[in-house]
Design a protein around this ligand. Structure first.
Ligand code: SF4
Length: 229
C-alpha cells in the first residue's frame, strides 16, 4: 500500500500519547478549507510503501505509544484492515481519523479492535453539511450512521469541527449540539490558512466566537474544548 506521508513524532495528534502520524492520500470529500489539498486527489505522490512503514514502526517500538492514521480518508483504502492489524501486532495503539462516510468499514475495524480511538469530523450542521464538504450531492445517511455508531461508545472517540468563518455561525452549533447529544468529547478547531488549502480566501473565527460556539454545544456533550487556539 502506498503511504503519502509520515510525521515521525507528534505530541498533539493522539491525545495524551507520543505518536507518529501516517497520511493515506485520496478522499471522497473536497472540503474547501482542507489543508491536505495535495493529498485528497488520487493518486497523490507516495513517500513510502507499507513495508517501509512497518519497518520504521518496528524500530520505534518502546519510543512511541501510538500511530495516528489519517488522510485523505483512510477508510477508502481496501487494505486498511490488514495494515492496522500489522500495526497493532507491533504493540501500538491506533488512532483513526475519518470523515464518517464509510460507517461499515468503521464498524468492522472497531469490532475487530483495530482502532483504539476514532476522531470523526463533523463538518457542519446537517443543513450546511454539503456546502462545507464541497460535495453538493453528498448523501448524509452514512455520516449519520457513523455518528450513531460512535455514540454507542463501543470504541473511544471524539467528534471535532474545523471552524471557518465562511461556513460556520452560531446557528451551526445550535444544530450540532442536539445532533451530538450524549457525545463524550467534542473539539472546536480553528481554521488556519495555508498555501495548501483547497479554496483560497477563507478565514478563521475569533477566539470570542469560538468560545461562544463551545458554550452553545456544551449543554449537549460531556466535554467541549477549543483546540489549537
Ligand atoms: S478535510 Fe479531510 S475529509 Fe475534507 S477533503 Fe480534506 S482530507 Fe478529505
Amino acid at each position: 500500500m502506498e503511504i503519502q506521508g509520515l510525521q515521525k513524532l507528534t505530541l498533539l495528534d493522539y491525545p495524551g500519547k507520543v505518536a507518529c502520524t501516517v497520511f493515506l492520500g485520496g478522499c471522497d470529500l473536497r472540503c474547501p478549507y482542507c489543508h491536505n489539498g495535495e493529498l485528497v486527489a488520487a493518486p497523490a505522490p507516495a513517500v513510502m510503501d507499507d513495508r517501509e512503514l512497518i519497518a520504521f514502526l518496528g524500530k520505534r517500538r518502546g519510543l512511541l505509544d501510538g500511530v495516528c492514521v489519517t488522510g485523505g480518508e483512510p477508510l477508502l483504502r481496501p487494505g486498511i484492515g490488514a495494515l492496522l492489524e500489522e500495526i497493532k501486532s507491533l504493540g501500538y495503539l491506533v488512532k483513526l481519523d475519518t470523515n464518517g462516510t464509510h460507517p461499515d468499514a468503521l464498524r468492522g475495524l472497531a469490532e475487530k479492535r483495530l482502532a483504539d480511538y476514532v476522531a470523526m469530523d463533523i463538518k457542519n450542521c446537517p443543513s450546511r453539511y454539503r456546502e462545507t464538504t464541497g460535495v453538493p450531492t453528498l448523501d448524509l445517511a452514512p455520516i449519520q450512521d457513523s455518528v450513531s455508531f460512535l455514540l454507542q461508545g463501543s470504541v473511544d472517540y471524539e467528534f471535532r469541527t474545523t471552524v471557518v468563518r465562511e461556513f460556520h455561525d452560531e446557528n451551526s452549533f445550535a444544530e450540532i449540539g442536539p445532533w451530538l447529544t450524549g457525545a463524550r468529547r467534542y473539539y472546536l478547531q480553528s481554521f488556519v490558512d495555508r498555501d495548501t488549502v483547497l479554496q483560497p480566501g477563507l478565514h478563521p473565527c475569533t477566539q470570542e466566537q469560538l468560545e461562544r460556539f463551545a458554550q452553545v454545544v456544551s449543554p449537549f456533550v460531556e466535554q467541549v474544548e477549543l483546540r489549537g487556539v
